[in-house]
Design a protein around this ligand. Sequence first.
Ligand code: UD1
Ligand code: CA
Length: 456
Amino acid sequence: MPENCAVILAAGEGKRMRSSKAKVLQEVLFKPMLDWVIDSVKAAGIENICVVTGHLREQVESHLGPDIAAVVQEKRLGTGHAVMQAADWLRNYAGGNCLVLCGDAPLFSAATIRASGEVHCNNRLSATVITAFTSNPSGYGRIIRDGSGLIREIVEERDADEATRAVGEVNGGAYWFDVDLLLPALSSLKNENSQGEYYLTDVPGFFAKSGRKVGAYVAPFEEISGANDRWQLCRLNDIARLNVIRKHMNAGVSIPFTDGVVIGPDAEISPDAVILPGTEIKGKCRIGEGSVIGPNSLVCDSEIGAGCTFNSSQIYSSALGDGVTVGPFVHIRPGTRLMDGVHVGDFVEIKNSSVGEGTKLPHLSYIGDSDVGSGVNCGCGTVTANYDGKNKSRTSIGDGSFIGCHTCLVAPVSLGENAFTAAGSVVTKDVPDGALAIGRGKLEIKENWTPPKDRG
Ligand code: UD1
Ligand code: CA
């Protein structure tokens, strides 16, 4: 049995987005629409994928992984013409079936792709169109069925008469084709329509006319929705946002209010985690059991262990162990690792650093390019001076050390285990295990001081 393959159309200009970014790279829940489509196709078990690029092709091609083939459509002459550009690639799958999808309709589920493929194969159909019913079909091609329920043709809205426009079943823009039948049909397409384009939607009608069976697989309308402008993109975000939230709720995540909660499609969240209002979770994230995230937080490409609290803070490309408490108003920048039980309080920034178990950074600190041991207490206002204007240098603080308030650690510098620094010290030399570093102006007390303005 020859393998299945998929062609994704992504050459269109997307004028109505008014953007310098390719239309298929516009994001739904922080993820480019094209990636949604590719991930659904892969999740449905189809590995052989070819993307047709054209407008802003470098942008789209540089975005594709090495496992995805790309062909160029130099001139946008229609969806049928776009698939034709992949003809050579499609010949590798002779004898098999090809799924064609649009890169601007991101919500097709893997389940729909799989189920429609089964209908297509089991009924030996020449083509199977994924359709949907809607009360507002405007903008979509209309599905015309024959008396037996098979598809007779697809009529584009611009080419439809009034009676056809009233049809509530629309073309989802996704199709299964028998590759051996598709290839000759593409070369026989004509552009005799209102747009002067070679329509892929003419292929099912062409098959039906030659006596072949064309089937329909009806999907929920929400799945076939696409975005041609930013308002539609916003509508897709609304649909996808609630879908993702519902999925997590069904898996035991607590989201007591959905206000401002936006979770990307690639987040993994364990049961009994709580996501509070105003929280965005973007990219590839993992959140452990019972952790409370939010309110008003941003978690981006990061891992948060179990039993953590993360309040009104932001974290990027970093990892927290279990039982870590963060916030409010903490900024954790890329490359940071906080081990179990670390406490980070208000107004703290940490960058590219590791912080050992149980260490406390309770207030107003900057820890950059540092390796902080376990059981360390950093007093209020601890700052690592990691940048001399040219180079970034590291600071290391041994286990059990106590950093006095307002210490400035001038990197490169290293403190041993159980080291101390006196409040207000500027530490420019290494401090051995168990030693105290004091470096500050000597305090003078002037008795019976008369301020200058009161002097005679
Ligand atoms: C298309 C269908 C319509 C269907 C709708 C579903 C045709 C003629 N019409 O209309 O029946 O209801 O999708 O969303 O197919 N593209 C290219 N090259 C081109 C033209 C388009 O790659 O020359 C790509 C676009 O980037 C887009 C997709 O094909 O990803 C669909 O094109 P678009 O112009 O958006 O078609 P619709 O008018 O939405
Ligand atoms: Ca479209």
